[in-house]
Design a protein around this ligand. Structure first.
Ligand code: SAM
Length: 417
């Protein structure tokens, strides 16, 4: 579930890079198991005394590690948690370790062997499959290929350094413009994640539930004033149909989310909460005109989310923004999962500037350090740029964060240059 990067400070603390989509869950386990990376030695159990998240990494103190020298011996080791200590996988989730031991067949039904290992590899996790004759195959893993009957835990006591949870999020959108949502969701990262079966989309048009000949879904506001208001009844029926469909797929209580300027501002933290929730089924309600009859909101809606302090003409684009933000956080959605971890806000900072070829563009050269090939210097330069940018453009993000001595020094240097 993580990899020890380096000792931290002089008192035996460790810096750990989480390899799970929900790093905080690692801190909730009182015991960790450590093993040399790629080694086949025994796992060593340590008690977690203290730990906190520092941007993209965790800093932790484990039992029996009293000083920097003792901690340094574990640099590069894997961190695991026993399978039995992890919560049961809910609908749409798969623990990688549960894939080990499953039988693999091709589309023609021919048995190819059994999964002996799951490896992290670019866009997809890759299954190492061993045939009865000893033949080895590497097969990209797509969650949609696992049949429900196959997903029963097989290696229930194994400890995995890659025990990442895979999750299928179900999103239904109630909208007067279903084609707009359908089309936009099917391109780019969200489209690819859809194809990979990481999330599922269905759209519902309240007009299909209108009862009069004109298929009316809006009416004038009581009390007078400009514009029209969306009527409660057709929306209630569309939501009921979406709820029912999600229930049929195992989401007991889908959350009904109304996109509205009057909602709580959408943040990275909120996106992560939605992307990693254990029961990930959402019905997004997109308004039009002046908005939706308040009684429908009172009766049906669980959350209200705003995408910013401005008004757009309908809830479709806000819904699509929320969908995109969630989808790119799902393991396997991006070609390199690390990139979402380094994006703005994920580390609590704004992202650093990026450069690509040519080396000199219109008389402007790429910063020299980026051409040096020196990974540690590049990492420090990027961190310094992120810190300086954040202080300049979004000082509010730094307000709740105590900079480490090194970060403070890097920020000072970046601001002097
Ligand atoms: C023209 S707006 C209605 C604005 C509403 N009268 C108000 O002032 O709050 C129509 C629909 O667009 C969506 N919408 C507009 N701006 C939004 C925002 N900032 N965040 C989320 N949804 C928004 C909502 O679904 C809303 O019902």
């Amino acid at each position: 579930m993580g990899r020890i990067a380096a000792p931290y400070g002089v008192k035996g603390w460790l810096k750990v890079v989480p390899l799970t989509s929900a790093p905080q869950t690692l801190l909730s386990h009182p015991h960790w198991w450590l093993r040399k990376h790629d080694g086949d030695g025994p796992w060593q159990q340590r008690r977690l005394h203290e730990g906190k998240q520092h941007g993209a990494v965790l800093v932790v103190q484990l039992s029996e590690l009293a000083d920097r020298e003792a901690a340094a011996r574990f640099a590069g080791w894997d961190v695991g948690v026993p399978r039995a200590a992890l919560p049961a996988a809910v609908d749409g989730e798969i623990y990688w370790s549960d894939l080990v031991g499953l039988a693999v067949r091709n589309r023609q039904g021919v048995a190819l062997g059994k999964v002996v290992e799951v490896k992290e590899f670019g866009a997809h996790p890759v299954l190492r499959v061993e045939g009865e004759d000893g033949a080895q195959r590497l097969i990209p893993f797509v969650a949609a290929y696992v049949r429900p009957s196959m997903s029963a835990p097989v290696a229930s006591t194994s400890i995995g350094s890659r025990t990442t949870r895979m999750r299928n999020v179900r999103i239904d959108v109630v909208t007067l413009f279903p084609e707009m949502v359908e089309q936009a969701a099917r391109v780019g990262v969200t489209g690819r994640a859809l194809e990979r079966g990481l999330w599922h989309l269905r759209v519902w048009n309240p007009r299909d539930y209108a009862t009069d000949n004109h298929k009316t879904v809006d009416d004038r506001p009581y009390g007078g004033g400009p514009g029209m208001v969306m009527m409660a009844a057709p929306l209630a029926q569309a939501i009921a149909a979406a709820r029912e469909a999600q229930r049929g797929e195992g989401v007991a209580t889908p959350r009904i989310i109304h996109l509205t300027p009057a909602g709580t501002a959408l943040t990275h933290a909120r996106v992560m909460e939605l992307a990693t929730a254990s029961s990930a089924g959402y019905v997004l309600l997109a308004g039009r005109y002046e908005g939706i009859d308040e009684r429908l909101i009172e009766r049906e809606v669980d959350d209200e989310i705003a995408i910013g302090d401005f008004v757009v003409s309908g809830g479709e684009l806000p819904a699509l923004m929320l969908i995109d933000a969630i989808a790119r956080q799902l393991p396997g959605a991006l070609n390199d999962d690390q990139s979402a971890r380094e994006d703005s806000f994920a580390t609590g900072l704004l992202d650093c500037p990026h450069y690509t070829r040519p080396e000199v563009y219109d008389g402007m050269a790429v910063p020299e350090v980026l051409l040096s090939g020196h990974h540690e210097q590049i990492r420090r330069w990027r961190l310094a740029q992120s810190l300086a940018r954040t202080r300049q453009r979004r000082p509010d993000l730094l307000a709740g964060r105590t900079l480490t001595k090194d970060e403070a020094r890097l920020l000072g240097l970046a601001e002097q240059s």
